[in-house]
Design a protein around this ligand. Structure first.
Ligand SMILES: Nc1nc2c(c(=O)[nH]1)N[C@H]1C(S)=C(S)[C@@H](COP(=O)(O)OP(=O)(O)OC[C@H]3O[C@@H](n4cnc5c(=O)[nH]c(N)nc54)[C@H](O)[C@@H]3O)O[C@H]1N2
Ligand SMILES: Nc1nc2c(c(=O)[nH]1)N[C@H]1C(S)=C(S)[C@@H](COP(=O)(O)OP(=O)(O)OC[C@H]3O[C@@H](n4cnc5c(=O)[nH]c(N)nc54)[C@H](O)[C@@H]3O)O[C@H]1N2
Ligand code: SF4
Ligand SMILES: [Mo]
Length: 755
């Protein structure tokens, strides 16, 4: 894919947002949608009873600004979903699948909304239209032809509504499997595992209001300016109320330096400094930093015992002594050396923590996507527990979630390892015994398809191929299937890696209006802080053949299941009927239909927020964690794969990453200038990146070198372009999350071919 020909490398930005963000938002939406539709959506975006932004899972404040409660990337998400161009049957007749494969991800997305169910029949070169009923029959036939329901995998991406997710997991379990891999497996699974073990619930403990009461906010491995832009407004308010902010990140991210709030006439120009302290740590040395900090806190506490919250430790926790002893076994100097940071800077962090108790720790993919991702988060929890910084105002855990309803999907039972409570409730309410055997996570599903042990793949949203690690291996895995079926709004690369037969089932998105029996339906979602609220679309769907997700699931279920334990048509006739079943099945949803009518929705119960830890011992647990065990050879680098400002995961909005000074291209590798000199590289040189895990050569070519403020020995590239380098079996202990933020690579100059 030639997408680097016009690449420009400029200066890194030292602030985020500002008036430019407003300009870019308008340009994006008005180039894709009519003025009328743009206005209609933006007026209701994230407003009470309006449409929930299909971007990230950042929560909405109780008080909503009439000037607009959204950000640049929220507008891009709307423009991408609701664009008026259409990838219709004429489009698919024009391009063969091989021709489409040669196009860039950006080009694929720009072809517009999917309008008709399409099929790629065995041996065919083009997708052709198919009726819904025949499509459902194909799925039913393939599913029912399997020897065992465990030979099918049912993926979910985190944009799916609570209602669709609930019906989907119910159908999958009635069919007979727990093979429900989802995007969480590649995302915050490490957070879920670590938090469940230590504080009893796999979700964060803080609410948005805690940000306004915090004294100190630590931001590990997260890039809010791009991925959760309105978090910057929360940080701005927190700072106004006196909070200090510390960023711990190998990259100097613009939004963590300074935020120019476009809604404030003065700050839009001057901006507000965000991080009081910026620690540019080496990739995957967060555990070393945390251990060094806690070592120093224990030393200080010998003279100032109030630094530790001994009452909280005694009453609410277990495992403190073993934890403390382990920390004190380390050699402080070597911990500090691993981080690549100056001891003076670490001391500044220690002082900030020592004096404060209302501490929030936020984190993103920079902590979760490592082999030791679970350890990273457990070590963060240790710090909060020794300070008593949880279960009180202005303090606690804040894993910042990705997709707008990824947390809700899990709550609805999209889980390959379902809890006993969920299975018991399903069996009580629906009169069948759901399977108990744990199902496939994303990586397990890929391995099973690769080996021919799974033969049917169904995707509820998402772009499995491009999101998954080890692109070439995953391509083969999908190609091995008898059937791949994708429920999608937009064309993506997964549609171009078909099984023997492939289906594209066009789905409505968040912004689409869904009317059943004359009644406008709404859906519900859960944000990153456990608040459930409604969302109602307002645009006319792109064609009469586009269906809502719950209806698509219900019709597949009707076609597939031999015995129907629920009346699927009744459920989709009025989404209140689905919510009634959710209320009966999932804890915390009492009076669902009534409570979701409240303009700001309702909060789900959360023991780590209230201090009633729901771990088996009813305590918050300290843990003992290892330093990362990665061995780097002298000519090797540790590479992270990250997001540009112009993408939503595998959806490419544009080719610029203006905060990092990269324009018109994505095949780039960010490198420290000393490393460049050592390797005799200059700006823009094209290099190949390769590695050799378990004797398998993985390589990508033609990545342009960008000199950057990144620690020596570390590299950064964009996902999904560098996913071919992430080995399928390089996954986090316990959570099995692909280790896409610490991949060992070597570099060489790309050989020039005449072609
Ligand atoms: N516009 C937009 N919004 C999004 C998304 C998007 O693609 N585009 N994606 C959504 C999804 S699904 C998710 S999960 C979130 C992702 O949001 P983020 O978690 O912010 O995701 P990344 O861009 O992968 O950035 C991770 C950050 O971690 C840092 N980092 C990398 N390795 C390390 C490390 O070892 N230690 C530390 N301390 N830091 C490290 C990187 O420099 C980077 O700043 O955003 C969601 N929101
Ligand atoms: N190397 C590397 N790999 C990563 C990551 C990384 O940081 N580095 N991040 C990982 C993370 S955190 C995540 S969450 C995954 C994301 O993995 P996915 O969730 O699978 O990927 P997305 O790019 O969000 O999916 C985009 C597609 O979803 C479909 N879609 C969008 N909206 C809707 C809708 O409303 N309904 C339906 N039915 N379909 C819709 C569109 O067809 C679109 O093409 O990727 C992971 N992969
Ligand atoms: S912060 Fe996230 S949810 Fe809010 S408008 Fe921006 S992209 Fe949408
Ligand atoms: Mo994610």
């Amino acid at each position: 894919m030639k997408n680097n020909e016009d690449l420009q490398i400029k200066e890194q930005a030292n602030y985020a947002a500002g008036i430019k963000a407003v300009y870019i938002s308008l340009q994006q939406i008005l180039s894709r949608m009519s003025v009328k539709n743009s206005f209609n959506v933006l007026q209701k975006l994230n407003q009470k009873k309006g449409v929930d932004c299909p971007g990230c899972a950042w929560p909405d404040p109780d008080h909503r600004s009439k000037l607009g409660e959204f950000c640049e990337n929220g507008v891009k998400a709307i423009a991408e979903e609701a664009m008026e161009r259409q990838a219709n049957p004429e489009f698919f007749a024009k391009y063969t699948i091989d021709e489409l494969k040669a196009k860039s991800d950006y080009w694929l997305g720009q072809q517009g909304r999917l309008t008709h169910p399409m099929v790629l029949r065995p041996g065919a070169k083009n997708y052709t239209p198919i009726s819904w009923s025949e499509a459902n029959q194909i799925i039913a036939k393939e599913l029912n032809a399997l020897d065992d329901p465990d030979q099918a995998a049912f993926y979910t991406s985190g944009r799916t509504s609570n209602e669709a997710a609930f019906l989907y997991q119910l159908f999958v379990r009635m069919y007979g499997t727990n093979n429900l891999p989802d995007c969480s497996n590649m995302c915050h699974e490490s957070s879920g595992v670590a938090l469940s073990k230590t504080v009893g619930i796999g979700k964060g403990s803080v609410t948005l209001n805690d940000f306004y009461k915090a004294e100190l906010i630590l931001i590990f491995g997260q890039n809010p300016a791009t991925n959760h832009p309105r978090m910057l407004a929360a940080l701005e308010k927190a700072k106004k109320n006196g909070a200090k902010v510390v960023a711990i990140n190998p990259l100097k991210e613009a939004g963590l330096i300074n935020f120019k709030n476009p809604q404030d006439p003065i700050k839009a120009f001057t901006g507000v400094d965000i991080a009081d302290l910026y620690l540019q740590i080496k990739i995957n040395e967060d555990v070393a930093l945390l251990k060094a900090v806690m070592f120093k806190l224990f030393q200080k506490a010998e003279h100032q015992p109030e630094i530790l919250n001994q009452d909280f430790i005694n009453q609410k926790t277990e495992g403190f002594v073993a934890f403390k002893n382990e920390i004190l076994t380390h050699n402080l100097a070597s911990l500090i050396q691993r981080t690549g940071l100056l001891e003076d800077d670490i001391d500044l962090l220690v002082d900030l923590i020592a004096k404060r108790e209302r501490i929030i720790a936020c984190w993103g993919m920079g902590l979760t996507q490592h082999v030791n991702g679970v350890d990273n988060i457990q070590e963060v929890v240790n710090l909060l527990l020794m300070k008593g910084s949880i279960a009180k105002d202005g303090a606690g855990t804040c894993p910042v979630r990705g997709h707008s309803n990824v947390q809700g999907d899990r709550t609805m039972g999209i889980a390959e390892k379902p809890s006993k409570e969920l299975l018991d409730k399903i069996s009580e309410n629906f009169g069948f015994t759901p399977p108990k055997k744990h199902g496939y996570s994303v990586v397990d599903a890929i391995e099973a398809m690769y080996k021919g042990e799974a033969k049917v793949f169904v995707g509820m949203g998402g772009n499995f191929l491009s999101a998954a690690p080890d692109t070439n291996y995953t391509t083969q895995a999908l190609n091995n299937c008898n059937l791949t079926a994708h429920i999608s709004t937009k064309l993506n690369r997964s549609h171009l890696t078909p099984g023997k037969t492939a289906l594209i089932l066009p789905s409505m998105g968040r912004t689409d209006k869904f009317v059943k029996n004359g009644k406008e339906q709404f859906i519900t979602v859960e944000n990153s802080m456990g608040v459930v609220h409604s969302s109602k679309g307002m645009l006319t769907p792109p064609s009469e053949f586009v269906e809502s997700e719950p209806v698509i699931v219900a019709n597949i279920a009707k076609a597939t299941l031999k015995q129907n334990k629920v009346d699927w048509d009744h459920l989709t006739e009025d989404y209140n009927n689905i919510r009634d079943l959710i209320e009966k099945t999932i804890a915390g949803f009492e009076n669902y239909n009534k409570r979701v009518e409240q303009p700001i929705g309702f909060e789900l119960p959360n023991g780590s927020r209230s201090g009633n830890f729901t771990t088996p011992n009813k305590k918050a647990n300290f843990t003992v964690n290892k330093l990362n065990q990665i061995k780097i050879e002298p000519n090797e680098f540790l590479m992270m794969t990250t997001r540009s400002h112009d993408q939503f995961n595998t959806t490419i909005y544009g080719l610029d990453d203006r905060y990092r000074g990269v324009y018109n291209g994505r095949m780039v590798v960010f490198m420290n200038e000393d490393d460049m000199k050592k390797n005799k590289l200059t700006k823009g040189d094209l290099i190949s990146l390769y590695n050799n895990y378990d004797g398998v050569l993985r390589q990508v070519d033609n990545f342009a070198v960008v000199p950057y403020q990144i620690p020596k020995g570390c590299l950064a590239t964009y996902y999904p372009e560098s996913n071919p380098l992430v080995p399928i079996n390089l996954t986090a202990h316990l959570s099995h999350t692909p280790s896409s933020k610490s991949v060992k690579v070597k570099i060489k100059t790309t050989e020039r071919h005449s072609a």
